[in-house]
Every structure is written in C-alpha cells, then in structure tokens.
Design a protein around this ligand. Structure first.
Ligand SMILES: [Mn+2]
Length: 455
C-alpha cells in the first residue's frame, strides 16, 4: 500500500512539473519587472508578443527573450499589455484639450485560443479559460487573445494621447498587424509605435537579480562539467565533432535544455578561426584545440572557452602564448572597477576599458616570428554581457556595474604558427562591486589543463 501511494505521489509531481519544464524565478519578480518597465513608458502602453510556434519544422520552441524576461511564460501565441498608472487630467474649458481619467497600473496576459490540431503535434497548451490561469501565470489579468483589440481600443479611446505612445518590439510582424487593426477600429489610418520597448528592457535586463545569477550559475556549473568531459576525450585521431557531442551530452545530462550557442571545437589551423563551427577535422598531435562551448539552463546562458594541447602537453611556444592570454585575462579582471570599467573599446585607446588593459598586457609580453608585439593577433573584443541571450543586449559605451554578468575572453590567433588560444570565463559583479568568476572551478593554469585531460 505504501509503495502504491509513493507511485501516485511521483506521478503527481511529474504531472505538475510538466507544465514548467524550466526553473522559474519567483512569479512576483516577473511582476516587479513589468511594473519597472511600465514606469519607463512615459504614460504609454507596451504591447509585446510571444515567439510564434514553429510548426512541423522540427525546431524546438524558444520564447522571445524580452517576452520571457517579463513573464517567464514559455508558450507561443501570447501577448502582454502593460498600462502604467497615470493621474487624472481635467478638461481645459474653451480649448481642444480633452481630459483624462485616472488610470491604475494594469497588466494583461492575452492567451490564444487552443488549437486541438496543433496540440496533437506539440502538446496541450493553456488558455485564458483554464482554471487558475491568473495564479499560474502570475499576471493580474489573463484574457483571451480575441479580446485584445477591444481592450486596447477602449484604453486608447479613453486617452487619445496613447495613440502616439505605444511601445512595441521593432520589426515585430504581430505588432504591426495589431496596430494596423487597432488604428482601423479607432477610425484613424494607423496607430504608430512611438517607442522601441527593447530600449528600456536592455537597461532592466542588464542588471541581474540574485535569482537570475543562480540560473546563470547552474548553466555555468553544467557547462564546466561539459568542458571537463570534453577535455578527457581529446586525443590525436579523435574528431572535433565527437568532442562537441560529448560536451552537449554532458551539459544536457546536467540540466541544460540546449547549448547556448553552436559549440566551437577548432583544432590546429581551425583554432585561429574565431567562430569555427564545422567541427569536421580529426585532431592531430601537436595541435592546440580551442573549445568554446556552454549550455543554457532555464533560458539563461553560460559561455566558456578553454584551449588544450591535443596530445596532452603544450609545446614551449604554445605554453608561452597560453600564459600570455591567461595573464591578459587576469590583468583585465584585476583592473575592474564597478561603475567605471567598460568591457570593450574598438579603438583600444580608453584607459577605462578592460579591452585596453588586456591589449596592453599582450603587447608587453612575447613576440611573433618577426619580432613584432602580439597585440595585432587579438582580433576580437574582450567580452560581452550574458543573460537570457548569450550575447545580452547592451550599449558598450557604458560602464559595467553591480549586478551585471559578462565575459572576459582574450584570445591570440597566429595563423602563421597555426596557434589559436582563447580563455573565456563568465563573471558577475556582486553587491559590493567585486568581480566573481562563475567559472573558477574549471582549470586555468596550463599544468592544471594538462592534468584535467589525464583524469
Ligand atoms: Mn563569448
């Protein structure tokens, strides 16, 4: 009997977790984000649409990133409307200025009608009539998508200034269609989006909450395990693609839903191609191999690169370059000052950019075969923000600050010597402004890399 009860319990747990295959941050946090966005809309209205469901093209569903950030909702065909609180304005007698009624903060999740035929292919979905929809989604209001035009029409006819103050996602076909229809029902040619909602969202998304850091940490831990599994598989005669597959298998075993980008396993001459992803070569003794591979955990990315000697031992020249790259990464991390340092600097002239610090370090250490400094072989920027996107949006002319998560990934690529070396860790800036390396557990020093390959 006890055994039977236990079976029933397990079945219930699986059934309830099946709705949310992803770890969620607390529902209240998503609402805080919506309230924060609403406060940046100058009294306008934000309308965002979920990513459409890929039907029968065999690609897995991934939610639109801004939509996910605001909702944690991972189903297609939905929309969000956010209406900020605004004070009432009295009509001005004798002028054309109309009055405006008081508006309390309002947030609506519109869910599409269910499609029994599509559900046969991609599984059951929730709609607004599903019992407990508001509690499950954490939205104040959940309405059927069919009501969206009427709701928006009513909102805008109550305050016509909103007709020119609508924030949507730039280039969204759904937004263009909805605004055209809305304009027609309001008796005007069209409602024009006045703001790109991605702009205020970029600023909000850049500062991670502790719950988001935790998801990036889980993505990073699974990716560290994947990189270690990859290191152990590297040998002369093994295909690059084999190692890529081993890493993908390990990160997925450890809870990632997918790699956060196409894994790069570039050996020998391929190590000098920055985004090599063919992974079709057989590794040879004497090569270095650059492995840039990491997974995504509950929609949050990690991003890790290590460089290994294929036969397990760096040559003196490979090790010399390796140590310069590692030194550059450490110099950049040591120079970090929250609120001041920028990550990139395309001209490498700004003293407050970590890119310039790494570049100066590389130029001051080692030479190429012609006696020239090595800075010329640093052909990409030093890093980028990481979050729901492995390259989270950001204005790189701005400094890095508390709560931000980013990579420091110097690389030296010398095609003439067939040596490419990159080392990449993900860091976050804690509440004290201190830099924390989320990839600290993965070996950095050349002898530690060699030892990890032997395990
Ligand atoms: Mn990267």
């Amino acid at each position: 009997m006890k055994a039977v009860l236990r079976t029933v319990t397990i079945v219930l747990v699986i059934a309830s977790s099946a709705c949310f295959a992803l770890d969620s941050v607390p529902k209240a946090e998503y609402r805080q984000r919506r309230v924060a966005l609403a406060a940046k809309l100058n009294g306008g209205v934000a309308i965002l649409f979920a990513a459409e469901e890929p039907v029968l093209d065999f690609m897995p569903y991934r939610q639109d990133e801004d939509f996910y950030y605001l909702s944690g909702w991972n189903e297609p065909g939905a929309a969000i409307a956010l209406i900020p609180a605004v004070a009432a304005v009295a009509e001005t007698p004798g002028t054309a200025l109309g009055g405006r009624a008081e508006q309390a903060y309002r947030e609506i999740l519109f869910l599409p009608s269910r499609n029994p035929r599509t559900e046969k292919y991609t599984g059951p979905k929730m709609d607004a009539a599903t019992s407990g929809a508001a509690a499950t989604t954490g939205f104040d209001e959940v309405l059927p998508m069919t009501e969206m035009p009427a709701v928006l029409n009513k909102l805008i006819s109550g305050d016509r200034t909103r007709l020119r103050n609508i924030w949507t996602e730039k280039g969204s076909a759904q937004a263009t269609a909805a605004l055209g229809f809305l304009g027609a029902t309001l008796g005007t040619s069209s409602a024009e989006p006045s703001g790109d909602v991605a702009q205020p969202l970029t600023l909000l998304r850049a500062i991670k909450s502790p719950a988001e850091i935790e998801l990036i940490r889980k993505a990073s831990d699974a990716s560290i395990a994947a990189q270690l599994a990859g290191m152990r598989a590297i040998k002369p005669g093994v295909g690059e693609r084999t190692v890529a597959g081993i890493e993908i298998a390990k990160m997925m075993e450890d809870g990632c839903e997918r790699p956060s980008y196409a894994p790069i396993v570039g050996s020998g001459p391929n190590s000098t191609t920055l985004h090599y992803s063919d992974n079709s070569r057989v590794m040879q003794s004497g090569d270095t191999v650059v492995i840039d591979a990491a997974g995504e955990y509950s929609m949050y990315a990690s991003d890790i690169t290590r460089t290994m000697p294929v036969n397990g031992h760096f040559t003196p020249r490979q090790r010399e370059i390796y140590e310069i790259v590692l030194g550059a990464q450490r110099a950049a991390a040591a120079a970090f000052v929250a609120g001041k340092s920028k990550i990139n600097d395309p001209q490498r002239k700004q003293a407050d950019s970590l890119d310039q610090v790494a570049f100066a370090y590389v130029n001051a250490h080692g030479k190429d075969l012609h006696g020239q400094p090595l800075g010329q072989y640093m052909v990409h920027g030093l890093g980028h923000l990481v979050g729901i996107d492995v390259h989270d949006p950001w204005d790189y002319s701005k400094p890095l600050d508390k709560g931000m998560v980013f990579t420091i990934e110097p690389g030296i690529y010398i095609p003439e010597e067939k040596i490419g070396i990159r080392i990449e860790d993900v860091f976050y800036v804690d509440a004290d402004g201190k830099l924390v390396d989320l990839i600290a557990q993965l070996p950095h020093e050349a002898p530690d890399i060699e030892a990890a390959m032997r395990q």
